[in-house]
Design a protein. Sequence first.
Length: 249
Amino acid sequence: MTRFANKTALVTGGNSGIGLAAALGFAREGARVVITGRDQGSLDLAKERLGPGAIALRSDTGDTASNKELAQMLLRKGISLDAVFINAGIAKMAPLSAVDEPMWDETFDINVKGAFFTIQALAPLLNRDAAIVLTGSINAHIGMATASVYSASKAALISLAKTLSAELIERGIRINVVSPGPIYTPLHARLGTPVAKPGDAVTGLQAMIPLKRFGTPEEVASAVLYLASTDAAFIVGTELVIDGGMSQL
């Protein structure tokens, strides 16, 4: 398919995991792809995989000034956007007694404030009928111990999709959310949950999923591309849960 031929898609956090899977999907379907991330090494590797037409820009989603600079860099390159996947985020887990203010601030600075001000900065560059997709989480809907701060940040993000949709819809711009359940990405590897060698934590988590497995970044990316495409032209301000039935059954 070439649903994104002659279109430009930007993916924040597009240098690994779900973001990279989505960027590769956009590229396969004809888009010129722009990715952002904080790590230059992984950005360079991702750009190689995406091909010579891709653009990789170092940018810190949690820094408002960096978001403004990202928009200026795109403007200087004459780039306007047809699809934006706001994917950059962090997940830090801690029980109530161990949560401190720096952990709260970092989580909300990146997951909520960063997403909001990225959209604000990029809004003037969005073409009419562009689409924005945000990465939420099923943690916004289920009560999981140690996930209070992360879950609250994702619940705020889902709310933003609805309220910002109301502001941008006059330009034909749609905003929707994909909310993954357990997806094996480099983030899980850093959390110590390698699916290839499942320990008690992973085995217990898989047992909670009706499909009895973790999802893949490519499965989430497929949903992102659908919501960003004209196939979803009548879908606005909604959330697509991708969790193998974990929050539903």
